[in-house]
Design a protein around this ligand. Structure first.
Ligand code: ADP
Length: 379
């Protein structure tokens, strides 16, 4: 009953979601052998606390040890630290790079399951789309704040402003420089914000911002597709895509061709009719990507004099709506005059959206960063 034999046998236990064995994933933190009493103690660090697949891992560990004749096993579960998770991501990234299907293969595979061929992701590991049922609820603001928070956590982040007919992302980051093309003259280079977030937006291409507003669906679709295929994004951990509100059919087809890893729905209490929330949720479902949850923006504000909570647009309905549509509720963001000021002066990166940091935590919990890093299933 040597320790190395135990570790060897544990290589047969796979993390069901990631598809790699728990030893290679550095999840096995300790193996203690009590030879005298035939007893083994194992400590396993989960990628996220209370991983729903704990029971499966436990069963697999026990039965693999049983094959070595070890019956008395104690398994302790802990969770990985932020650093350990980061190291795991790096490891998975290199594994994934080695196994990345070719462009032709990924197209073929997508055609089998969906009517739209998925575009290859290149060096982008996770694509998160942000949608809303109508304009003005703060979808762009939330997209930008999610990007800022991800950047603060050390990820390589990009924002694609796909709201082509009402692009507002560059203004939030104070970007005005026109985009340039690469040396070969065949790809656009994204702009870079102060903290290093890459941004592509129609506002950084057109001289007249009003031009895009009158475009018809097919042109809009073409532009969005090009934002994905003809931009030199490089390696990104996250690409946050700010979608047009209440997406119509033409761009929707394009979004179905972008391999999204998750969709976040933004609502606000002004969206009086639930119908609008329903529309956003249904659209998100049509995107064939995991619906990560719903965020309610401008849910309340704080009185600057006494600090009391004021529900300007009536009682927040996000949580209720989320329940009604069986979507996870990711929290709420207050209406904050400081945020308006920072957005208007292009300094959104200075805003500390603590509530949204909770949202990004939750994104981590539902394993967004791991979705695309899952090893291809070997059958
Ligand atoms: P959308 O992308 O849904 O059209 P925007 O993100 O452009 O909406 O936001 C609309 C307006 O509301 C902007 O002027 C923005 O600064 C403001 N805004 C958005 N969220 C908040 C908030 N939580 N507090 C204060 N103002 C906000």
């Amino acid at each position: 009953m040597s320790k190395s034999a135990i570790i060897e046998i544990l290589k047969r236990v796979y993390d069901p979601e990631i598809g790699e064995n728990i030893v290679d994933l550095d999840m096995v933190k300790e193996v203690k052998v009590d030879e005298k009493n035939g007893f083994v103690k194992i400590k396993i660090a989960l990628t996220v606390p209370e991983c729903p697949l704990t029971q499966k891992i436990k069963k697999d560990v026990s039965s693999s040890l049983e094959s070595l004749g070890i019956k008395k096993v104690e398994i302790e579960f802990t969770s990985m630290s932020q650093e350990e998770r980061q190291a795991l991501l790096e490891k998975l990234r290199s594994l994934r790079a080695r196994r990345e299907p070719t462009q032709a293969e990924s197209g073929k595979r997508a055609y089998q399951g969906s009517p739209v061929a998925l575009l290859p992701k290149g060096g982008i590991h996770n694509i998160i789309a942000v949608v809303s049922g109508k304009g003005g609820v703060g979808k762009s603001t939330i997209s930008a704040l999610i990007a800022v928070e991800l950047k603060r956590r050390g990820f390589r982040v990009g924002v694609m402003d796909a709201d082509v007919t009402g692009p507002s992302i560059p203004k939030l980051f104070g970007l005005t420089q026109r985009l340039e093309v690469n040396k070969d003259g065949n790809k656009l280079l994204p702009a870079t914000t102060k903290s290093g977030i890459k941004v592509v937006s129609m506002n950084l291409i057109l001289n007249e911002q009003t031009e895009a507003a009158i475009w018809r669906g097919p042109i809009v679709s073409g532009v969005i597709r090009q934002f994905f295929t003809d931009v030199e994004w490089g390696e990104l951990d996250y690409l946050v895509v700010d979608l047009p509100p209440g997406t119509s059919d033409a761009p929707l087809t394009v979004f179905q061709s972008i391999p999204l890893d998750g969709v976040i729905v933004v609502t606000s209490p002004q969206e009086l009719a639930r119908v609008i929330v329903a529309k956003a949720v249904n659209m998100a479902k049509k995107l064939n990507a995991p619906l990560l949850g719903l965020v309610e923006n401008m849910a309340y504000t704080k009185c600057t004099e006494c600090g009391s909570t004021i529900f300007i647009f009536g009682k927040p309905k996000g949580e209720e709506a989320a329940k009604e549509y069986a979507v996870p509720y990711l929290g709420e963001l207050p209406l904050d005059p400081l945020l308006v000021e920072l957005c208007d002066s292009g300094r959104i990166e200075e805003y500390q959206a603590t509530e949204l940091s909770r949202v990004v935590d939750r994104i981590g919990e539902v394993r967004v960063e791991l979705y695309q890093l899952k090893a291809p299933k070997v059958r």
